[in-house]
Each structure stands twice: as structure tokens, then as C-alpha cells.
Write a protein that binds this ligand. Structure first.
Ligand code: ATP
Length: 243
């Protein structure tokens, strides 16, 4: 098991963003997460990445109890994430942005510069290496967000709505990249409203509503369950993608 959450809860006063969440992800597994706006999906990522401490419960990553670890320490262990709103260092080049992450990786068989070049190749950004990050197109900003996360050589990659705002063709390019990352052995936990993008990569789908996991299993079965249909009543999820 690469990640285990045991009874994780997080409250802000009367608001519960996570309620007794228990969840396990196998090494190398790809899992999708969906749920209505405000359900607590990003909060769950904040709890896993160490950006937010739980009110109660325990989080294990690989063999370590990381509950009290902050985001830097978890990142050094191999937890990487992308953010819904990418925040690259806009005044740095694409190469420099990736280099910042590569310098904190514990790999010793290559230099941070070599690894950065390798990642830019993998993410189709090599020809943009010297471009200032602030001037990139949306697709390239998403690629860079992914590249920065890959720079730490993660064992678990958390993707927060990385496909949002892309055209269908751009979305397919990004899906291919994510599939390649997963195929190379990295566990992927992916929040996305674009369900057809998700199910083209993941074999397991989790539904979150009001801070709780309400479904977890085969994507087709999960999407057909009456509970999920009820949650999405009036906002029919992307069912055709699953036919
Ligand atoms: N630091 C905080 N303080 C108070 N409330 C918060 C905090 N962070 C999140 N929330 C609340 O927790 C709830 C869950 O938010 P979260 O961003 O996790 O949802 P989400 O499922 O990712 O939504 P979306 O799909 O819109 O991104 C929301 O009601 C949000 O306002």
C-alpha cells in the first residue's frame, strides 16, 4: 500500500470538509475522484499532501506515519501534487521552474539539470525550455504543472482538475501524458469533472459528497449507482462517456 487514510476528519468550526475518511491506494494504482462543487475533494488533497493537518485520524505513506509531517517532508518522501490554479514562478523559464523541483529530489544517479531535461522531454516541453512560464498557453501551463510535480520523482501524484478548460484535442494530449506517467509505475490520484478523461486512465472511481466517501469501485458501476445519480440529480454527469 502506498497511501492509507484511517478515519480522517477535518473541521473548520461547524464546517466538516472531511468526515471519517478511510481510504487505501496501492502502489502504482490509478484512482479517480469526483464529487459536486464544495464536496471536499481539494481539501482531501490538502490533507494527503500535508498542506492541511487533520483534526483527527491517521495518514500513512508507504511504511511511514506521516500524519504530523508538513508538505515539504511528504514531498521528499514522494508525494507530489498539481494545483487547480497553476502557480508557476512566472518570472522563471520553464526549465528553471522544473529545476527547482528536481533539486529537491533525492535521486543520485543524475544531476538535477539532466533530470529536468528528461522531464521536459517526457512532458513535451523541451522546445519551451527557455520560455518564461508566465507567457505559456493554457495547455503548456498544464504540462508545466505536471512537469513540476514529476520533478520530485513522485511515488504518488495528486492531480487536481488538471484537464479543466482544455479543448478535446488538448485534453487527449494531457491524458496520454498522464497515462504514460501511470504506466511508468507512479500511483495517480486524480480529481476531475471531465469524467471521460478520468475513466480513460483509471480503473477505480471514488465519489465524495459533503466530506464523505459515498462510493468507491469500478467506474461504470459507481456511475450507475443510485446514490451517485441522486447526488448529481439535475447535473447529470458525463454518462455517455461510460457507455
Ligand atoms: N480553510 C478553510 N476554511 C473554511 N472552509 C474551508 C476551508 N477550505 C475549504 N473550506 C470549505 O470546505 C468545503 C470543501 O471545499 P473543497 O475546495 O475541498 O471542495 P471541492 O470538492 O474541491 O470543490 P470544487 O469542485 O469546487 O473545487 C467548501 O465548502 C469550502 O468552502
Amino acid at each position: 500500500m502506498i497511501l492509507s487514510l484511517h478515519g480522517i476528519s477535518k473541521t473548520f468550526g461547524a464546517i466538516a470538509v472531511a468526515q471519517d475518511v478511510s481510504l487505501s491506494i496501492e502502489a502504482g494504482e490509478a484512482v479517480g475522484i469526483i464529487g459536486p462543487n464544495g464536496a471536499g475533494k481539494t481539501s482531501l488533497f490538502n490533507l494527503i499532501s500535508g498542506d492541511m493537518a487533520p483534526t483527527s485520524g491517521k495518514i500513512e505513506f508507504a511504511a511511514d506515519d506521516v500524519t504530523s509531517f508538513g508538505s515539504r517532508k511528504r514531498s521528499r518522501l514522494g508525494v507530489a501534487r498539481t494545483y487547480q490554479v497553476p502557480l508557476p514562478f512566472t518570472g522563471l523559464t520553464v526549465f528553471e521552474n522544473v529545476l527547482v523541483g528536481a533539486m529537491s529530489s533525492s535521486q543520485v544517479d543524475s544531476t538535477p539539470e539532466q533530470r529536468s531535461i528528461q522531464i521536459l522531454k517526457r512532458t513535451g516541453l523541451l522546445h519551451r525550455a527557455e520560455t518564461l512560464a508566465g507567457t505559456l498557453t493554457l495547455l503548456d501551463r498544464k504540462r508545466l504543472e505536471l512537469a513540476r510535480a514529476l520533478a520530485i520523482d513522485p511515488r504518488l501524484l495528486l492531480l487536481d482538475e488538471i484537464a479543466g478548460g482544455l479543448t478535446d484535442a488538448e485534453c487527449s494530449e494531457l491524458i496520454d501524458l498522464i497515462r504514460a506517467v501511470h504506466d511508468a509505475g507512479t500511483a495517480v490520484l486524480w480529481i476531475e469533472h471531465v469524467v471521460h478523461a478520468l475513466v480513460s486512465v483509471v480503473k477505480r472511481l471514488i465519489v465524495i459528497d459533503r466530506g464523505r466517501i459515498v462510493a468507491d469501485g469500478d467506474p461504470h458501476e459507481v456511475m450507475r449507482s443510485s446514490q451517485v445519480r441522486e447526488i448529481y440529480l439535475g447535473v447529470e454527469p458525463d454518462m455517455e462517456a461510460l457507455q
